[in-house]
Design a protein around this ligand. Structure first.
Ligand code: NAD
Length: 355
């Protein structure tokens, strides 16, 4: 599979990626290699990586606890201490082996340690392969505020090996698929049409979408690295989606949704807003709703939940001067940024999802 060139690094695939990684290690005078894992990637992914690594440099493993709740500055401090105690210097390399929590946190840790050491991302979930590990955003949460502390910083390379997906749960795979669907609806409808035709979701058919998805994320972020325009399409489905995700996370009597499950609801409701505000075709709206409900099932959102969800929208990090801004579609691949939506239409959108 052809490597993808991002800003000044490559995303490499499969066997070729390990060859490139080993060539990089041979040609760069790395003093020590640190591999950042959580307990799951330590168990399921590290053996595969170690088998393929060829290097004379010393290797140290640093493990953190999995989970978004650990993506914070306390964990970073722990990793910085570990790096210091294990003798890391400015020529050390950090390899982030894990999902988006590891690549976001590890990229941030490396970029701040001794004013920046080099790092490589090896994403091991679908979401981190097609989204988190590419685009240069690194960072951690501050209390409940997601990704509040961070910086743009590029890895030396990204290595994609879909074999890591074999131990990821089906629910986490579906979560990552939501981002691929978003690329399909906003940027490349061929991707969406392929997903619509899948009778069954399997690692082997989803793996065929990974390369194109990374190409899209890369095209978008290299054209608009700091989110002044095009990059905003990556927020499609995420405005209502994030509010719904937070609401379910905070409510004691609701089961937590995965990111992708919430974004799927966001994509359905924002397609409805698109039909109302930009004449997005009704048959396409129906096809989005049908396919997403088939993949993700229906989540009950009670009318009593609406006010709290709409309140959360107002706190969205992307808002400017208190205005909630949506990315809406006038057709597949045709989008408009900074669309304002009034409260009664938001309620109609949630009703449409529930119907
Ligand atoms: P995650 O990193 O929490 O991984 C999900 C779970 O899967 C964890 O329990 C992890 O231990 C486990 N896991 C990882 N790889 C595994 C494997 N191969 N086998 C078995 N278990 C495995 O979550 P995620 O969904 O990968 O990423 C979510 C994070 O990504 C969020 O923090 C989000 O903010 C971030 N993100 C960042 C960007 C960006 O541009 N930087 C984009 C999207 C999302």
């Amino acid at each position: 599979m052809k490597p993808i060139l991002s800003n000044n690094y490559f995303v490499n695939f499969n066997e070729d990626a390990y060859l490139k990684l080993n060539a990089y290690l041979a040609s760069n005078k790395t003093s020590k290699i640190f591999i950042l894992v959580d307990e799951n990637t330590n168990q399921y992914c590290l053996p595969t990586l170690l088998e393929s690594l060829e290097t004379t440099s010393e290797i140290e493993i640093i493990e953190i606890e999995s989970g978004e709740e650990n993506k914070n500055l306390d964990t970073c401090t722990g990793v910085w201490h570990a790096l210091t105690e294990l003798g890391a210097d400015r020529k050390s390399l950090l390899i982030n082996l894990g999902g988006g929590v590891i690549t976001d946190l590890g990229g941030f840790v490396a970029s701040c340690f001794k004013r920046g050491i080099k790092f490589i991302n090896i994403p091991t979930t679908l979401l981190s392969m097609v989204d988190a590990s590419v685009g240069g955003k690194t960072g951690v949460d501050l209390g409940v505020l997601k990704n509040q502390i961070g910086l743009f910083s590029d890895p030396e390379m990204v290595l994609i090996d879909p074999r890591y997906l074999e131990t990821v749960t089906e629910r986490e795979i579906r979560s990552g698929l939501a981002e691929i669907i978003k690329y399909g609806l906003t940027y490349d409808v061929k991707l969406w049409n392929k997903i619509r035709k899948f009778n069954k979701l399997s690692i082997s058919n989803i793996s065929t979408l990974i390369h194109r998805s990374i190409e899209i994320k890369n095209e978008v972020v290299t054209e608009d690295p700091k989110e002044h325009g095009l990059r905003k399409i990556l927020n499609y489905g995420h405005t209502l989606g994030h509010a719904i995700e937070s609401y379910f996370l905070e409510s004691e009597n609701k089961e937590k949704l995965t990111h992708g499950e919430a974004i799927a609801i966001g994509m359905i409701t924002e397609a409805f807003l698109s039909e109302k505000q930009l004449n997005f075709p009704a048959d396409k709206l129906a096809s989005i709703k049908n396919k997403l409900l088939e993949i993700y099932g229906i989540t009950t959102i009670e009318p009593d939940d609406y006010t709290a969800i709409i309140e959360l929208l107002i706190h969205d990090k992307k808002n400017v001067s208190g205005q909630v801004n949506f990315v809406l579609l006038s057709d597949f691949e045709k989008f408009k940024f900074d669309c304002n939506v009034n409260k009664s239409l938001l309620i109609e959108a949630l009703d449409y999802y529930n119907k």
